[in-house]
Write a protein that binds this ligand. Structure first.
Ligand code: 13P
Ligand code: SF4
Length: 319
């Protein structure tokens, strides 16, 4: 509609004027993802977002996602200005891993390598030896096992259990979860499979073990999108945030994509397969942040210097 078009053209103009590029996650609204694509930015998983921001020549990165993604961009490229549509977009995993408690926990096991998920604060990253995302966690943990390491893992217990099961790693696990993925139910998927016997089940590893066990493919958002392109199944049951359907449908419009059922519906489910924090990224607040120069991400420089080490280690490993 007219209001949307107004914001879209305003944002396009401001991006150009300010030498800025838009980097969006697959869970943001379609309109934000489309705008990132149209303006030469990127739509990506969390590892690719970090890589894109790190390599792009723009002097301003506009990060549409959740807070840790903006912080990661700032830590990796402190010379750039990083802004976000909102600074309120947190993540239940970040909330579930406060630095004081986490640091005290790590202090009890000084011989263990500390591996943290990217969905954490800068302070938690600064306390870690390694940062991982879901697309590269398995490989990094396998590498650490080869080196004979025992691990502390935080904060996502479901991703952690999946990695532990796959690799046999000795991991002490933090107890936190993603409120979106935690709601997917194995029973609901089983029922759907009766209706769609040819469908493949695609699952993000932040989901509970009973759901992961039903998957044909487990992986990061990018890996699930790739699977939807390469597998020959005519339909897919997808257990992750429904924002991902935009890209899946764009790439293979002739296939059918079905939401995996959550614990409830309407008022009875907490997130209904859509992250409430990702949903805070809108055209209006994006335009305002660019226009007024607000919502700048700043990370304490001493913390950022420390957090940069495990983040660079991850990018180096992934290269
Ligand atoms: P990906 O790394 O698979 O994009 O998932 C991270 C995530 O949960 C973003 O909220
Ligand atoms: Fe965090 Fe889950 Fe939202 Fe991703 S989907 S930002 S893990 S709460």
């Amino acid at each position: 509609d007219a209001e949307k078009s107004h914001y879209i053209s305003k944002i396009k103009q401001l991006l150009k004027q300010q030498d800025a590029v838009l980097v969006a996650h697959y869970y943001t609204d379609e309109i934000i993802q489309a705008l990132a694509e149209e303006t030469g930015g990127c739509v990506a998983d969390s590892l690719e977002m970090a890589r894109f921001g790190n390599q792009h020549s723009a002097s301003t990165l506009v990060v549409a996602g959740v807070r840790f993604m903006g912080e990661t961009a700032k830590i990796l490229t402190p010379e750039k200005r990083v802004i976000m549509p909102t600074l309120e977009a947190t993540c239940s995993l970040d909330i579930g891993c406060p630095i004081d408690e986490f640091s005290a926990f790590c202090d009890q096991y000084p011989d263990r390598k500390v591996v943290v998920y990217a969905n954490t604060s800068a302070a938690v990253k600064a306390r870690a030896d390694w940062v991982v995302t879901s697309s590269i966690a398995l490989e990094i943990v396998e590498h650490l096992i080869d080196e004979g390491e025992e691990l502390i893992w935080a904060p996502d217990k479901h991703l952690g259990s999946y990695i532990q099961k796959q690799t046999g790693a000795d991991m002490l696990m933090w107890d936190s979860a993603c409120i979106v993925h935690e709601e997917f139910k194995a029973k609901g998927i089983l029922d759907l499979k009766q209706l769609y016997p040819d469908a493949a089940v695609l699952v993000h590893p932040e989901s509970p073990a009973s759901v992961v066990d039903m998957a044909d493919v487990v992986g990061s958002t990018s890996q699930l999108i790739k699977a939807s392109q390469t597998l020959s199944n005519p339909a897919f049951i997808v257990a992750t945030d429904r924002g991902i359907f935009y890209k899946m449908r764009q790439l293979t419009p002739h296939k059918e994509f079905i939401e995996a059922p959550t614990a409830g519906s309407g008022a009875t489910c907490r997130s209904c397969a859509h992250c409430p924090w990702m949903a805070m990224n809108q055209l209006e607040n994006l335009a305002t942040a660019l226009e007024q120069g607000t919502n700048t991400i700043d990370v304490d420089s001493a913390l950022a210097e420390k957090a940069m080490i495990p983040l660079r280690r991850m990018l180096g490993f992934a290269a």
